[in-house]
Design a protein around this ligand. Structure first.
Ligand SMILES: [Zn+2]
Length: 90
């Protein structure tokens, strides 16, 4: 199994900060759109199981990098929130 550790890390960040991102819509489609967009802008870090992803989060991602991931997430949240593509806005 090969997974992108950033996927889990971004997902955790989004869970933690979605309340503060002033989203127009917080349905699962919009949250997935934000996640996908953010991950497309983030260099992937592939690991072979989910525990290793957590290890990467703990050991390799410093505060500064976490902050830049959060900035990226906020940018993508704004893009999706300004133009939601989900059923709520069709
Ligand atoms: Zn939505």
């Amino acid at each position: 199994m090969v997974i992108n550790a950033m996927e889990q890390i971004m997902k955790d960040l989004l869970d933690e900060y979605k309340g503060r991102l002033q989203l127009n819509c917080t349905c699962s489609t919009c949250l997935d759109d934000i996640l996908a967009l953010s991950l497309n802008k983030t260099t992937p870090r592939y690991v072979t199981n989910i525990e290793k992803a957590m290890y990467i989060k703990a050991e390799f991602i410093d505060k500064q990098e976490m902050t830049s991931l959060l900035v990226k997430l906020a940018e993508c949240a704004k893009i999706v929130s300004d133009h939601p593509m989900c059923d709520n806005y069709q």
